[in-house]
Design a protein around this ligand. Structure first.
Ligand code: ARG
Length: 568
């Protein structure tokens, strides 16, 4: 059920009938006394037409009420304030939504989602957390709605640093143990590279060998990639990330396409030589002085760049994967890069006009001091260490609340709560801004946090257990007219609206805000409406409502990649 879309259609149809072209601007009501939804678009429409907004609102309502489909949806529609329309849904309309079914989209698309993409020379660190978590959540939502999603893990596996790493690996007798700590391995090879002329020369030759397809170099490189990818796979597994080996489509995979990219750019008349390098100059990329900033696609030494690979990737996604949309969950600092890539790709015809190319940028994770999040010594925080700490802190919390808990249950809870908290604190913020990583806030049982939602879920399970009914046998079709039961039911009915929004815009924080609102409404209901002590009809209705709220919480958290537990 898509309440917002339905209300929007009805109101915009009336606008059109009145000769007005204006958005309805439907929102969930900001306060319970305003009904369930409000339409905010009348004021702007009236202003444009030069008429009184309250008159227009009244006129719109009259027309709405004469439409049988609309009347079946609502129980009341009122003019409010300077020209808002407040809408109260009919119980009979809301009731079917309590089955909490996710509606498949009527227009499924093929969507490529580019996310995670660590550079394999190094271990995954906090800088990879946001792309991995946010990307995975949007993927889950798109799939739940029935889109065909193609994950693309565009790992950095092909830079010049691999010459250095392979030479160092060779010097250390090709021992895989050396690679158990990639961070140290990278640092040590870099040190040797800086200090030792002979090593440097051999490293450079190794890059040439690798990039020209030397079988031995490639075999060593593959080994390095496999080990380094297994570190990532371990992190993905811990975090419940849905990426698998089949989704790896790293920079190296485009190596053979790069010459073709240059040819195609030349054929399209886009290529210019500048200071020995091959560049594309597009008018829209002028700097402050009015000079066009070129996109370099081949260096004067013949080497290709990150940009060249991304152009090849656009083409692959358009032609071979036949994507209708490609979403890139990559740090906001790469915004200019993607603007350029998309513009060049369009100009060269690598992607048809009908294919959407969308950079989904995100800000930086900051420490409490407002600076990029680092270890106390100022070092890069490894993701594995961060996750260990999350579980440790969650275990301490759980033990504090429940000192007698068994070890197995403690570990399981620590994992679900700790990792859920880390993920949720990221997902719940608008991704475009920087956000402050704060252990105490994310592990709090109050406020917009994972533990709060998980706790609400476990409370529901506890009531259901005590009731001794089989939740799957509960009818889910009755809605009380009284608050806060009604408020909770209406919120549950809005689930598909928010999923739709996340799929369209790629902002999982809308789903978080929705689930938080749901949990808050559940808490109000739970505190004010006795469930187990009331009469039969009431008891069944309330149990069923609680059950629907639990299912919505569980499904919603699952789409964020967060688990729930029955006992907390
Ligand atoms: N490996 C890159 C980095 O760590 C991210 C790749 C993002 N995806 C892409 N198609 N450029 O910065």
């Amino acid at each position: 059920m898509h309440i917002k879309a339905l209300l929007t259609q009805h109101i915009e149809a009336v606008f059109a009938e009145l000769g007005l072209q204006s958005p309805a601007l439907i929102q969930a009501a900001s306060r319970p006394e305003f009904g369930d939804y409000q339409a905010n678009g009348v004021m702007a429409a009236a202003k444009r037409a030069g008429i009184n907004p309250r008159d227009l609102a009244a006129n719109v309502i009259t027309k709405l009420n004469s439409n049988a489909n609309f009347s079946a949806m609502v129980s009341a529609t009122d003019v409010a304030g300077p020209g808002f329309i407040n809408i109260t849904l009919a119980a009979s309309f809301v009731a079917p939504a309590l089955t909490v079914a996710i509606n498949p989209t009527p227009a499924p698309q093929t969507v490529v989602v580019d996310y995670s993409a660590p550079n394999l020379a190094k271990e995954m660190h906090v800088g990879h957390l946001r792309t991995t978590i946010i990307g995975d959540s949007v993927v889950r939502v798109l799939e739940a709605l029935g889109h065909r999603v193609i994950r693309q893990n565009h790992v950095g596996d092909w830079g010049t640093q691999f010459g250095m790493l392979l030479t160092y690996l060779e010097d250390s007798g090709n021992e895989s143990d050396e690679l158990s700590d990639l961070e140290n391995f990278y640092r040590a090879s870099k040190q040797r590279f800086d200090d030792d002329d002979d090593f440097r020369d051999r490293s450079r030759r190794a890059v040439v060998a690798l990039q020209s397809g030397d079988a031995n170099a490639l075999a060593q490189w593959q080994r390095f990639i496999d080990i380094s990818m297994s570190h990532c796979a371990h992190i993905y597994d811990r975090l419940g990330i849905t990426l698998s080996d089949d989704d790896i489509m790293g920079e190296s995979a485009y190596n053979d396409d790069l010459a073709g990219v240059i040819e195609a750019l030349a054929a399209a008349g886009l290529l210019q030589r500048s200071e020995g390098a091959d560049c594309v100059f597009l008018d829209q990329f002028k700097n402050k002085e009015g000079l066009i900033q070129p996109v370099i696609v081949r260096k004067s030494d013949g080497g290709y760049l990150y940009a060249t690979t991304d152009l090849a990737a656009v083409s692959h996604r358009a032609r071979r994967l036949e994507a209708n949309r490609a979403l890139y969950f990559v740090d906001a600092r790469q915004s200019l890069h993607f603007k350029q890539i998309f513009a060049v790709a369009r100009a060269a015809g690598f992607a048809p006009e009908t294919m959407q190319l969308e950079h989904m940028p995100f800000g930086t994770m900051l420490g409490k001091d407002g600076k990029p999040f680092k270890t106390r010594q100022g070092g890069i925080i490894k993701l594995a260490d961060l996750l260990d700490e999350a579980e440790r802190r969650a275990a301490a919390l759980v033990r504090e609340k429940n000192p007698d808990i068994g070890l197995e249950q403690l570990n399981q809870l620590a994992k679900v709560i700790g990792l859920g908290a880390v993920k949720y604190s990221d997902l719940s913020k608008n991704r475009t801004s920087d956000y402050v990583f704060d252990w105490d806030q994310m592990l709090s049982f109050d406020g917009n946090t994972a533990p709060y939602l998980q706790y609400a879920y476990s409370r529901i399970q506890s009531v259901l257990r005590k009731s001794e009914v089989d939740p799957t046998l509960l009818p889910s079709n009755a809605i009380a007219e009284d608050q806060p039961e009604r408020r909770l039911a209406v919120c549950i009915a809005g689930f598909n609206d928010v999923l739709q929004q996340v799929a369209e815009e790629g902002y999982p924080h809308h789903l978080c805000a929705y689930l938080y609102d749901l949990a808050t409404r559940f808490t109000a209901f739970y505190e004010q409406c006795p469930i187990l002590v009331s009469d039969d009809a009431q008891r069944t209705r309330r149990l069923s409502l609680a059950n629907s709220a639990g299912i919505t919480l569980q499904k919603g958290l699952d789409l964020l990649g967060i688990d729930v537990v029955d006992h907390m």
